[in-house]
Design a binder for this molecule. Structure first.
Ligand SMILES: C[C@H](N)C(=O)N[C@@H](CCCCN)C(=O)O
Length: 457
């Protein structure tokens, strides 16, 4: 009997929205921790002696294990084989353990010779022990939060398929962006006058633990639903199962190739950029250190409202492929302003707001487009693969941005010049635009219907 016919807890609106609230809160805490260090780049330079290249290496370490150890592929397989509750619980555990190491790396206890300091000081001595332990922590955190994100997408499909799926995804992304906003605007305040980096990280770990508790509540609801619709979920799980052979089929699909390339380029010009953006605001636009993070907070702020709105628009009116082209054009304009524009504060305001539009348009159009390009039986593999490709950019670009920043400011004792680093971001935008056009062309040829409404009347 189909899930649509059989009455289950998922047919209760309040139960569905309650589940959405629990997993969205979890992602809120995950995104909060992801960006907690971003407004503290200056404090890391001043108090811990990290160079910009080292900061970039730390930011890129989020994706080290995801890329080199294919963790997202394994995560996809574990999710299929062992289920939502096991995968979510285990990888949230990994996320919290990683976050704790990251926190401990920045404490006085560790840096004054605490547990593990001497060991980490005994090899690769050109790098500080704080950097090495923070990298270890952040890379574990990156595995946990990415697999938690894939698990949450699967949870939303399980509860909302055939119902308000795009809206639910939009609201989940919007809530997660709330975590980013809190990190950008609150991190320096939490660090206090003395800029104690470990303080906001301690808040971050605490939030993650509360997020974990929210996930336990979800687990109880999930268990109830599984008990009610055991037959249906077994069938659905088989349908969605991750198969390694599917990966080869995905790479024969031009639509998938272009959307994956667009995804890695678009997100590389947003997330790695946001790691450096607070410092850019200080160095180029002379914003006060505390306000610089709030400036970057404009980026998630706009998306909180706009992502679900665009989601609803695309559900009803379509134009997903065109919106992705528009998003890439906005990316080029914004990063050109940062690279070549005047250093007046008004330009920074306008550019951040416009970037917020692009950051709302593209995710709202991109994620619900994937089921139009890839058959449902290969969706699990497609999401894991696209996250994996995206992580290559999330790993490389912070490292490149930091290295370019250091190399283009050698001997510069004044404010850092970000022009070359921002030109790289313009390059990402140009390539993203090219692939957005290629996607539009294959859409026309293969009839994916990317410009058609998601809701078919
Ligand atoms: C960083 C993460 N891999 C990512 O891509 N996050 C997306 C949301 C994807 C999930 C959609 N249900 C984002 O835009 O934050």
């Amino acid at each position: 009997m189909s899930a649509n016919l059989k009455q289950s807890i998922r047919d209760s609106k309040s139960a569905r929205w309650f589940v959405l609230a629990t997993v969205s809160f979890l992602m809120f805490t995950g995104y909060f921790f992801t960006d907690i260090m971003s407004p503290l780049q200056g404090a890391l330079r001043d108090n811990f002696g990290w160079s910009n290249a080292e900061y970039g290496m730390f930011a890129g370490s989020y994706s080290f294990l995801n890329v080199f150890c294919l963790m997202l592929i394994f995560g996809g397989i574990i999710l299929d084989k062992l289920g939502i509750r096991f995968t979510g619980t285990s990888f949230i555990g990994v996320m919290i353990a990683g976050a704790f190491f990251n926190y401990y790396a920045m404490t006085d206890t560790f840096n004054n010779g605490g547990l593990g300091y001497d060991f980490l000081n005994s090899f690769l001595t050109q790098y500080k022990p704080s950097l090495k332990l923070a990298i270890l922590g952040y890379t574990l955190f990156g595995v946990g939060v990415e697999i938690a994100g894939i698990t949450v997408s699967r949870i939303l499909v399980k509860w909302f398929k055939g119902k308000e799926l795009a809206l639910a995804m939009g609201l989940e992304m919007a809530t997660a962006r709330g975590g980013m906003l809190l990190a950008f605007s609150g991190s320096r305040l939490m660090a206090g006058e003395e800029q104690i980096v470990s303080r906001p990280l301690a808040f971050g770990v605490l939030f993650l633990v509360i997020g974990f508790l929210a996930f336990f509540i979800h687990n109880m609801m999930d268990k109830k639903m599984d008990a009610e619709v055991a037959d249906d979920t077994a069938a659905a799980a088989e349908e969605d199962e991750f198969k390694v052979s599917d990966i080869f089929l995905l790479f024969k699909n031009p639509g998938f190739i272009f959307i994956a390339l667009l995804c890695v380029l678009f997100y590389s010009a947003v997330f790695p950029f946001s790691k450096f953006a607070p410092d850019l605001m200080v160095q180029k636009y002379m914003f006060n250190d505390n306000f610089a993070g709030s400036m970057v907070g404009l980026l998630p702020l706009g998306t909180i409202v706009l992502t679900p709105l665009f989601g609803a628009f695309l559900d009803n009116k379509g134009k997903g492929a065109s919106v992705m082209v528009l998003g890439a054009i906005l990316l080029i304009i914004v990063h050109s302003i940062f690279a070549f524009g005047p250093d007046q504060k008004a330009f920074a305001f306008i550019a951040m707001i416009v970037l917020g539009f692009a950051f709302s348009f593209v995710p709202a159009a991109m994620w619900p487009s994937i089921p139009k390009i890839v058959p449902e039986s290969r969706l699990g593999s497609a999401y894991a693969m696209i996250f994996m490709i995206q992580n290559v950019g999330l790993m490389l670009f912070p490292m490149i941005l930091g290295a370019v920043l250091d190399s283009s400011n050698q001997g510069n004792t004044g404010n850092l010049d970000y022009s070359n680093s921002m030109m790289l971001m313009v390059g990402c935008g140009v390539l993203a635009l090219f692939f957005a056009f290629m996607l539009k062309a294959v859409d026309k040829k293969n009839g994916y219907g990317l410009d058609l409404p998601n809701i078919q009347k």
